[in-house]
Design a protein. Structure first.
Length: 507
């Protein structure tokens, strides 16, 4: 049975999607989870884009022990040098360089002739090969390229020393049979193709990312490029979890499998949602909240008789647990830690102690603490960046007949207290205005989202915000039983994120 390599680009293509930016700590956590998933290749980023991207790619390269770590680079010496500097300390480094091959891209983006693209491909792969043995070449917009010219470019790449040829459906234009036919054409017309791996990178603009990827596997692709939850540019990429479970569920049909540990899929999906704040739709295949939910009576009757009547894979196969342990104010640290492990979280001792203290505070106010409550606490503690600004105290006055006001005091860098009073059309706006005045920062609120972590009147409120300052975006997250406090904590967390990224090189 053929083993398909899984190339995950969540940290590169996925992070480029609106609202999915991550700081350094978050990227490292995602990289660790990808290793637990046992993906073959982790594309850590696009090192040349910014000093922050370089720092994160370098940190991931030094952290990852088992997967190949790749950095994307345009087919330019500057990009290739930067990519190599970022990944050279990886145990298994790969330079991933790309150049467009479609007529529309060559004319309007590259402004180069076909002969110039051929020469650049040859020279840049040779250049990269002197630095790194493992070189992946992507023919950008391959699915809309002239096939004969595409083959000429790929042949140059093979001759120059590329180890992987990537055939991207960059704009999600292909249909499954078209994509399969393109892979077959490449295999039949590129000499010595058997000496390199063939990869595909399918976008989801027409909703066919996964279908095109699976069709390519049937046609002979060796590697597939995908992201957790299918995040990515525009409509996203092919979804890692959907590809894996198609292969796992229909091995005989595809005559192929992969090394991914499917029991880590739900954990990976939840972690990414926690980090980015971008939710998965309830009916999302494999990891959606409703993926294993059955409401229709006829379905429920069949399920009680035999789960296989309406489930082609088990919840346990993707890491869902049916454990019914209930946590409350009388629960001990051992039970608390065990529940976190069941949910997939392995927390360092110092953070675990802090997390347990927070849990006790919540448990004193709630009869039971749900898994979602725990996940909200994990997000607040584990992924929080250093506190430059800390909330000391606040008073909010809200009324439908008087001005909404907020009096707030914030501690700066553990030394200086800053206090202010402000009004707003509502209590949240008043609080955010007061924070801006107290800190002396004039940031803009771009996005504000609020949700109840669980149901009931004792539910924790979770708030996520996105702010901008000088055309740069930063996100913040806060959770509390008091929704105003959650809002304040989220806004201050966003300011801390901004400070961390701008002053510590963490983005």
């Amino acid at each position: 049975m053929k083993q398909i390599k899984i190339f995950d680009t969540t940290l590169r293509d996925g992070e480029q999607s609106p609202g999915c930016s991550m700081n350094l700590k978050e990227k490292i956590q995602i990289a660790k989870q990808l290793e637990l998933l046992k993906v073959d290749v982790i594309e850590a980023g696009f090192a040349v884009v910014s000093p922050g991207d370089f720092t994160s790619v370098k940190a991931i390269a030094e952290e990852v022990k088992y997967s190949v770590v790749a950095s994307l680079a345009r087919a330019l010496p500057k990009d290739i040098d930067c990519a190599w500097d970022a990944i050279k300390n990886a145990k298994y480094p790969r330079i991933h360089t790309f150049l467009a091959t479609s007529d529309i891209h060559m004319e309007y983006k590259l402004k180069k002739s076909r002969e110039e693209v051929l020469e650049q491909t040859r020279l840049m792969i040779r250049y990269a090969k002197k630095l790194c043995n493992d070189i992946e070449f992507s023919a950008e917009d391959a699915s809309r390229s002239d096939r004969e010219f595409l083959v000429r470019v790929l042949q140059e790449a093979v001759n120059a020393g590329a180890t992987v040829l990537n055939i991207p459906d960059t704009v999600g234009y292909a249909a499954p049979e078209e994509m399969a036919d393109l892979i077959r054409y490449v295999k039949e017309n590129v000499k010595n193709i058997e000496k390199v791996a063939i990869s595909v990178h399918c976008h989801n603009d027409l909703g066919l990312g996964v279908a095109n990827t699976l069709a390519s596997i049937l046609a002979g692709a060796d590697q597939v490029e995908c992201t957790i939850n299918g995040i990515g540019e525009r409509a996203g990429n092919a979804s890692l979890e959907e590809i894996v479970m198609n292969l796992r569920t229909k091995k005989e049909y595809y005559n192929a499998d992969c090394s991914v540990d499917a029991t880590q899929l739900v954990r990976a999906s939840k972690l990414l949602t926690m980090v980015t704040g971008v939710k998965v739709q309830p009916n999302k295949a494999v990891v959606g909240e409703n993926a294993f939910a059955h409401e229709a009576g006829i379905h429920q009757h069949g399920m009680m008789a035999n789960r296989m009547t309406y489930e082609i894979m088990t919840p346990e196969s993707i890491g869902l647990s049916e454990n019914k342990m209930v946590l409350g104010k009388h629960s001990g640290k051992h039970a608390f830690e065990e529940r976190l492990v069941i949910l997939g979280y392995n927390i360092e001792t110092d953070k675990l102690n802090n997390l347990f203290e927070k849990f006790k505070i919540v448990a004193d106010k709630k009869k039971t603490v749900s898994d979602k409550d725990l996940e909200a606490l994990v997000r607040e503690i584990v992924f929080n960046i250093p506190d430059f600004f800390v909330l000391d105290k606040y008073v909010i006055n809200s009324s439908n007949i008087l001005n909404n006001t907020c009096n707030i005091r914030i501690c700066k860098d553990g030394k200086e207290y800053m206090e202010s009073v402000a009004t707003g059309t509502g209590p949240v706006e008043a609080a955010f205005n007061a924070i801006n005045i107290a800190t002396g920062l004039n940031v803009k609120l771009d996005e504000y989202n609020i949700e109840a972590v669980t149901g009931g009147t004792d539910a924790q409120g979770a708030v996520s915000v996105r702010i901008s300052n000088e055309d740069k975006n930063y996100k913040g997250y806060g959770v509390s039983l008091n929704i105003f406090e959650a809002s304040i904590l989220a806004y201050i967390n966003a300011l801390n994120n901004m400070y961390f990224q701008e002053n510590k090189g963490g983005y």
